[in-house]
Design a protein around this ligand. Structure first.
Ligand code: NAG
Ligand code: NAG
Length: 395
């Protein structure tokens, strides 16, 4: 096969355009804009927090609209590449599968409204209010050996964090020194407080300490901003530049980095999703198009388990933007009878989220090409499908 890939690289170099056909797409997506996850932040600031009309963690009406735009945009791309036709898709040719949370189910429904408005397309979701095991990024293996390895990975990540500047900005914005948390519980500085690793079978890997507080606070700021609240209501008007946002968002990134972005940890918590995706790619009768609607933890752990190289998402503050999509594409080159993989991160920018703009070819979401270590890509971003499948099998 490597020989064939060499021929392909050679042809590609001279011919530039080679006819690849899109054969299968599997998207792993984060839900779109939701209400903040933590309702109870009063003790961390003397300031008044903005009010939300829905319970914590719910997809907002704006989040639903933005996900409709994504659905409309993505299906037009799938039609342009002729994976889907302009008519309604056959029942077995597509699968839309959401985790049980309201925000993931409603995101998937919104995507379907945007993508297949006049068709009868169901969103599959298991009949339970508990997390679907497929999307649940929890620790399952009771081995103490594994526990020690994973804790060491998390500790290593914690040790490498450099959040002093971000924490100082944050403490100033919330006025931590005048909060209940400082007066009653002696939490008066994030900079000088240590994080503690929380490791329990049946739970997500977690952190207790400033990183968790900071993440909850940033979640509230980011969601108010994306939801479109007036600037004086977003962090009380105290974030006045995109540099400030970037500095603060380091806390959000660090939280995901510590909890879901180490290799052994990721292989453990993302195991069900990896197995499911592998089966989708191995099964000849699998749907041509699959959308899996989950959480940032799902994207981050799958990315780490597969071994994607470091990437940067322009015009975004987070590493897993709201409504952001990992788009796994299987392509076929007819001349060489060669299967190829391409993976893009497709996401709405901070501006597109805040303004709520409709997506189109003139106002597209960002497409960032990703690369997997062990699946070297060519100039157009393709790598060998067999290399990819080998990586999945070895996880
Ligand atoms: C749990 O982890 C240990 C140590 O890595 C490994 O030997 C064992 O096979 C794992 N068990 C399961 C059920 O995966
Ligand atoms: C995940 O970890 C890798 C290796 O430490 C690092 O290069 C990458 O930036 C991290 N990704 C995120 C999203 O934090």
């Amino acid at each position: 096969m490597a020989g064939k890939f060499d021929v392909y690289i050679f042809l590609n170099f001279f011919l530039i355009v080679i006819g690849h056909e899109l054969k299968q797409v599997c998207i792993l997506s984060r839900h779109n804009i939701r209400t903040p996850l933590t309702a109870n932040l009063e003790h961390l600031s003397p300031n008044i927090w903005p009010a939300w009309s829905q319970e914590p963690g719910m997809l907002t009406a704006k989040g639903a609209r933005l996900e409709e735009y994504m659905g409309d945009y993505i299906v037009k791309w799938l039609q342009k590449e002729k994976l889907l036709s302009e008519s309604c898709p056959d029942k077995d040719s597509i699968l839309i599968y959401a985790n049980t949370r309201q925000r993931t189910r409603q995101s998937a429904k919104a995507f379907v409204r945007g993508a297949f408005s006049s068709c009868n397309v169901n969103v599959h979701s298991i009949n339970s209010e508990e997390m679907d095991p497929l999307f649940n990024p929890i620790l399952r293996n009771t081995s103490d050996v594994l526990k020690n390895v994973i804790i060491a990975e998390m500790q290593q990540k914690l040790n490498e964090l450099q959040l002093k500047g971000s924490y100082e900005d944050l403490e100033g914005i919330i006025d931590l020194k005048n909060s209940q948390a400082c007066k009653m519980n002696n939490i008066c500085s994030f900079v000088d407080t240590k994080d503690v690793i929380y490791y329990e079978i049946g739970h997500e890997p977690n952190i207790i300490g400033p990183l968790a507080y900071g993440n909850s606070i940033l979640d509230s700021f980011l969601m108010s901003y994306y939801e479109g609240m007036p600037l004086e209501q977003v962090a009380w008007g105290k974030i006045d530049s995109s540099d400030k946002w970037k500095s603060l968002a380091e806390i959000t990134k660090a939280n995901q980095n510590v909890r879901f972005n180490s290799t052994i940890l990721a292989k453990e918590v993302a195991n069900p999703l990896i197995d499911y995706m592998k089966a989708l790619f191995e099964n000849r009768n699998a749907p041509k198009f699959t959308l899996l609607h989950g959480h940032d933890s799902n994207l981050n752990s799958v990315i780490a388990a597969i071994g994607f190289k470091h990437y940067v998402l322009p015009d975004q503050y987070e590493t897993t933007p709201l409504g952001g999509k990992l788009v796994f594409q299987k392509w076929h080159n007819k001349e060489l009878d060669l299967y190829l993989l391409k993976v893009n991160y497709v996401y709405q920018t901070v501006e597109q989220l805040r303004r709520g703009t409709k997506l189109s070819n003139e106002n597209p979401p960002r497409w960032v090409e990703l690369e997997i270590a062990g699946c070297p890509k060519d100039k157009q971003g393709y790598c060998l499908w067999d290399d990819f499948m080998k990586i999945l099998k070895d996880i």
